[in-house]
Design a protein around this ligand. Sequence first.
Ligand code: ZN
Length: 159
Amino acid sequence: MGLVKKIIKSIGLTFASLAIFHSCYKEGIKKVIKDCSENSQKIKTTEQLEERVKDIRKDLNVGKETNIYAEFHEGYNNASILSRPYIDSQGFIRVEEGYLIQLNKEKANECSLKHEMDHIVNKHLIGKLKIKNPLIKELVYWYRYEPQAVAYGAFNLKL
Ligand SMILES: [Zn+2]
């Protein structure tokens, strides 16, 4: 095999290994999230939910200017955040009146709530919007934002 062919082959192998590593890594993170959600304390009532939001706000030092609402929903998603920040026509990042965290009524749990609140507090939603390149977005999301939110949701570590 010629040198050029060898180089191309080894570059190809490197990319393939990285792609395999990345997908294994993602599965690992998803597994931690799943285990944490299944084993953490369940949130059953609206009062409990509001109480927990209040406590976590305090724990994360969320300023008064950030409105965080939470509610149960019946959909498929485990947890999601609505009222996301958006970029207006002039390219400015605007934050709507507040964030709404929706937790699945059947599975609502402390771990998911903490995870989503960490995303809000660390401005992951705003940062993500600034990134246009899909590859960079994927890498920043999985290697920076998700581990940070998982660390707080699952292990109570504020990174
Ligand atoms: Zn997340």
